[in-house]
Design a protein around this ligand. Sequence first.
Ligand code: ADP
Ligand code: TRP
Length: 334
Amino acid sequence: MYATPDRTLSGIQPTGTPHLGNYFGAIEQHIALQDQYPGECFYFIADYHALTTVHDGDTLRANVREVARTYLALGLDPQRATLFRQSDVPEVTELTWFLASVTGMGLLERAHAYKDKIARGMKPNVGLFLYPVLMAADILAYRPSLVPVGKDQMQHVEMTQDMATYFNQAFAGGEPVLRRPEGQLSSTPVVPGLDGQKMSKSYGNTISMFDSGKALRKRVGKIVTDSTPLGEPLKTEGCHVLGLLGLFKTNAELDEIKTNYRTATRNGQPFGYGHAKQLLAEAIETRFDAARQRHAHFTAHPDELDAILARGAERARGLARQTLQDCKKACGLR
Ligand code: ADP
Ligand code: TRP
């Protein structure tokens, strides 16, 4: 009765400029899935979620566009994947209420993301506490079978599975009105930032895919290293530069660089952290060269971006409306 094709769905918050952590942890995988689930990939920009932290309209609008441009620049194909704004589907806030009505406080109190933010001194609003319920709603509304996310979001996907079960049991005698999705971890669970902590917009330790030249070199220059002077062997273990180089280089190339670290030389010349950073900046520049040009194209043609988001919203909203109709029927609201 609720048969749905295999479908993948994920979201990204428009809380700043997307970065290498988002790319290797999420976006790269999202885009690759287009080949596996053509026509059944859904990716949205979680602007409702961002309201818990972004309180300036212009900033939010700019961030939403930046995320959309980023996906398109990095290869999202609107023919095979649906890109849309979360807030273009207001049905998800309605579903949030249905889920909130069957979810225990205890489940939300155990959320790591919430606990971490409180531990870092963030003043919680009710929205932040309810964040996993909104996230469950914007997953379940589209009935995906697979939700690809980074490690930090896996607990939210598990909570989503629980909420689907609570709803189905409470209102539908266990019938799968809401489909329980599976989470899928990317193969690069945590990308380190400039300071070695998880790269995150909220830590200010990010590197963008689209910087180049001097700006990129300056950013990469900020990666924290120890103070080994040029000419002395460098430690490979725990080096954040090397950690990031690992995302771009083959094993053989990486082994060579590790030898450069140990011998403090490369091609007969002295080798220090500055040289390692230079290799990293070059690798980033080369890998994202074509994407940088597409990014510039969408910056110059915002109308194309808007049209893609509008088409995406229409398709996504059609699915959410159907789910909501089924949920209302189950709850007795229709
Ligand atoms: P941020 O922490 O920068 O605010 P988001 O929370 O918006 O990033 O994350 C968007 C997606 O990118 C999520 O699936 C998340 O797991 C993934 N992600 C974010 N930062 C990293 C990272 N440093 N390493 C791996 N994946 C990440
Ligand atoms: N909470 C996710 C993050 O911070 C973003 C997100 C919102 C999401 N809704 C989602 C991810 C649904 C996957 C599925 O990264």
